[in-house]
Structure formats: structure tokens, C-alpha cells
Design a protein around this ligand. Structure first.
Ligand code: IPE
Ligand code: IPE
Ligand code: MG
Length: 253
């Protein structure tokens, strides 16, 4: 999974993955290395988010999913959670115009209702402002966990069966996908995790069935457009076989 990034071929703009998802990890370690408070790492990390969102739209990525806060992250010390929520609010407000200018639609995946009310309010304003934008969808994963997502989908489907809106035979893989937060979107072609950990940490476990995975040692606050482009080039060299024997990179799965 970890790949050598010495790659001299140019990025092929015809083979840009339709959906890229990123586990933005390493803010704490970045701060620790600099003998700073973890919150400083989150602050620097939010600047990286801006860079990667803009670059993704420019490169022609259709869907960018960023894992910003997991259902498990609620278990962190209260001061860190509060600081993360404040930074999130700041980001949602400061990036509103940038998203609009770049024709990017914001979408939240996760338990939006668990976020502080003031944060939800700012999110709702940005959601409404950007809802008709068409260049790229930015999925921000907030209070997101795959197991929660799948559990909610199962409950939802069970309710429809008990009210006779659906019958058991209607349950298909597509129906399950249609009950996830990512309904209507292609599965991620590429999942990047920064900071060198080899795990999914409850991220897009259903959707990741055939995603290519790239683990980068770079800490999220140090992640840059150049590193991102090298990872996309590495992705373009992969043989995506989907269990079959033909080799090709394709966006349509
Ligand atoms: C990722 O950085 C940001 C969130 C999970 C909110 P971390 O805070 O997990 O940073 P490390 O893993 O401790 O370095
Ligand atoms: C995953 O990072 C969650 C986000 C990046 C938001 P964590 O730092 O929470 O994951 P673990 O604890 O190392 O698995
Ligand atoms: Mg971490």
C-alpha cells in the first residue's frame, strides 16, 4: 500500500479519480514535534484542507470526502473537542465564499445533529448557499462512523419493511448504498490516509470495498498539493481489477 513516490510521468488529467477520500490524520503529532499544543496542529491542518479542496476542484475530482471528526473522536478530552468545533465553525464561515466561487457543493456525512447548535447553523447556511453548485461535491465527514452509518441504514430499511413500503426481496446492495450518507455518489476510487497508520478507523467501510488505498507518511498539516499530485500519479499506475483479470484504471467502477 505504501508506495514510492519517485514518479516522473506527468499526471494524466483524463484519468483523474472521480471520488477521492482522505483520512486527515497527524495534526496532534505535528504539534507535538514542534512542542506545541495539539490545537495548533488542528489549526494548521485546517489550512491544508483549504489547499486540497481548491486543488481537487481544479484537477477535476467530482467528489472529495474529508474525514474531519469521527464518532469516536467525541471521546477525546473536552477541551480538544471544543477547540475542534470552534475551528470547524471558523472554517465553515471563512470558506463559504471560496466554495461558492469555485462552484463547490458542501455536503455533510455523519451525525450533524450531534454538533453544537451554532456550528450546525453555520453549516446550514453554507449548505443552502452551495446547494446548486456543480463542479465538485465536498463531503465533510463530521461525527461520522461507518458502523453508525450502516446501523442507521439497517434501521431505516427495517422501518420501511414494517410499514410495507418495502419487502425483504427489495434489499439489494444498491438499496443499502442508497440508505447511506453517500447515496447517489460513486464509491471512493482512492482513499488516502496521512501520518502512516494502516487502518480505516471506521471510515467508509461499505463504500471502500474496491477503493485503492494510499498511506502517506506525511502529517496532515504538512500535506501539500505536490504530495497530493504524486499520490494521484501513483493511483494512475494501479491495475484495478475488481476481482476480474483485465487491467485498467476507470472512473466508473
Ligand atoms: C487528525 O489528527 C484530526 C482528528 C482526528 C480530529 P489527530 O488529532 O488524530 O492527530 P494525531 O493522530 O494525534 O497525530
Ligand atoms: C481518524 O483519525 C479520524 C479522523 C481523521 C477524523 P484518528 O486519529 O481518530 O484515528 P485512530 O484513533 O488513530 O484510529
Ligand atoms: Mg490521529
Amino acid at each position: 500500500m505504501k508506495s514510492n513516490l519517485k514518479n516522473d510521468v506527468p499526471l494524466d488529467l483524463e484519468k483523474i479519480p472521480a471520488h477521492v477520500a482522505v483520512i486527515m490524520d497527524g495534526n496532534g503529532r505535528w504539534a507535538k514535534k514542534k512542542l506545541m499544543n495539539r490545537v495548533k496542529g488542528h489549526e494548521k491542518g485546517s489550512q491544508t484542507v483549504r489547499t486540497i479542496v481548491t486543488a481537487s476542484a481544479r484537477l477535476g475530482i467530482n467528489v472529495l470526502t474529508l474525514y474531519a471528526f469521527s464518532t469516536e473522536n467525541w471521546g477525546r478530552p473536552k477541551a480538544e473537542v471544543t477547540a475542534l468545533m470552534m475551528l470547524l465553525k471558523k472554517f465553515i464561515v471563512s470558506e463559504r465564499d471560496e466554495l461558492q466561487k469555485n462552484n463547490i457543493r458542501l455536503n455533510i456525512i455523519g451525525q450533524k445533529y450531534r454538533l453544537p447548535e451554532d456550528v450546525q447553523k453555520e453549516i446550514d447556511i453554507t449548505l443552502e448557499l452551495t446547494r446548486n453548485n456543480t463542479r465538485m461535491i465536498l463531503n465533510l465527514a463530521l461525527s461520522y462512523g461507518s458502523r453508525e452509518e450502516i446501523t442507521s441504514a439497517v434501521k431505516n430499511i427495517a422501518q420501511k419493511i414494517s410499514s410495507k413500503a418495502l419487502c425483504v426481496e427489495d434489499i439489494t446492495q444498491d438499496l443499502i448504498s442508497d440508505h447511506l450518507y453517500t447515496r447517489g455518489q460513486p464509491d471512493p476510487d482512492l482513499i488516502i490516509r496521512t501520518s502512516g497508520e494502516y487502518r480505516l478507523s471506521n471510515f467508509l467501510m461499505w463504500q471502500a470495498a474496491y477503493s485503492e488505498i494510499f498511506i502517506s507518511d506525511v502529517l496532515w498539516p504538512d500535506f501539500s498539493e505536490d504530495v497530493f499530485i504524486e499520490i494521484l500519479k501513483d493511483y494512475q499506475k494501479r491495475d484495478r481489477r475488481f476481482g476480474k483479470i483485465e487491467c485498467s484504471i476507470s472512473n466508473d467502477g
